[in-house]
Design a protein around this ligand. Structure first.
Ligand code: UTP
Length: 297
């Protein structure tokens, strides 16, 4: 069985839920305090032993390329300023990965973005990690997924439990549990109503695919909004090959829309010793002012 060596990171989307911030700046570069979202996702892959990273990029996505490149001017400046610690960190990011950039010329959907990566992936199994979802202890989840792949030799997707009322925001899986935390997929439904949903297990943005997915993506007709949906191609794949699922038990941080992004930033900030104390004090002051205003009205 082939070893998984590569990961595709689709980062070419418009980020319409975050406009106008995303007009010229990729949402994948938004900071969680001082580290861009995309760096968390690359680190997760590296920690899981996946070193070949293929970014599917588009217009306005250059900052991602710059982030993982060497910036000699900045390094010289930090060196001259004697800022050793941050200099080391900056150098580490530049040498983290030797990425491949593939251009999605038209934003025809996530499925299309994955298909665009085919020449760089070749005929071998590969990861897909969404560029705006951070997982708590994500590399452990990826390692579990690799283990399932190594046992069954078929595609593996990560699922997580969502509230029943929220199933209409996700791709939802109908599953059969084959052992503790490991499932086999029976069907997939994109954004069902709570009544229609076959479960409350949602697709979370981490996938291992066999290369057969490319064939299925080519057969996939444009769906909602004229986009080629990855879930539709997965349904076609299901007709020919089994797809396994791993149930992710940690926290999922969506950074692709303003409110969930803000919640993520706050949660991460509260874990930071250098920030948490002052931030909590500030929030308490804000809340008490707000409560006084409400009491008065
Ligand atoms: P999203 O649906 O979250 O991203 O796709 P989006 O389309 O940029 O966001 P909205 O809905 O307009 O606000 C998940 C991932 O797939 C990438 C995105 O960059 C994101 O990381 N994507 C999406 C592509 O690479 N190409 C596409 O055509 C669509």
């Amino acid at each position: 069985m082939e070893v998984i060596r590569k990961a595709v990171l689709p980062v070419a989307g418009w980020g319409t839920r975050f406009l106008p911030a995303t007009k010229a700046m990729p949402k994948e570069m938004f900071p969680i305090i001082d580290k861009p979202v995309i760096q968390f996702i690359v680190e997760e892959l590296l920690d899981a032993g996946i070193e070949n990273i293929i970014f599917v990029t588009g217009r306005h996505k250059r900052p991602i390329e710059h982030h993982f490149d060497i910036n000699t001017d900045l390094e010289r400046h930090l060196e001259e300023a004697g800022k050793e610690e941050i200099l080391e960190n900056i150098r580490e990011i530049s040498h983290m990965t030797n990425p491949i950039y593939v251009r999605q010329k038209e934003q025809l959907g996530l499925g299309h973005a994955v298909l665009t990566s085919e020449p760089a992936v070749g005929y071998e199994p590969f990861f897909v990690s969404l560029g705006d979802i951070i997982l708590e202890r994500g590399s452990e989840a990826l390692k579990e997924m690799i283990e399932i792949y190594n046992r069954f030799g078929k595609s593996v997707i990560a699922l997580f439990e969502v509230d029943r009322e929220e199933v209409n925001k996700y791709g939802i899986a109908k599953v059969k549990e084959i052992e503790d935390g490991v499932y086999i997929i029976e069907d997939l439904v994109e954004k069902p109503s709570p009544e229609e949903a076959p479960s409350n297990l949602a697709i979370v943005g981490r996938y291992i695919f066999t290369p057969k997915i490319f064939e299925k993506l080519r057969e996939t007709k444009p769906g909602k909004g004229g986009e080629i949906q990855l879930t539709d191609a997965m349904r076609l794949l299901l007709e020919e090959e089994a797809i396994y699922a791993y149930k992710f038990e940690g926290k999922v941080y969506d950074t692709g829309n303003p409110i969930d992004y803000l919640k993520t930033v706050f949660e991460f900030a509260l874990q930071r010793e250098d920030i948490a104390g002052e931030l909590i004090q500030h929030i308490q002051e804000l809340i008490s002012k707000q409560t006084q205003l409400i009491d008065r009205s």
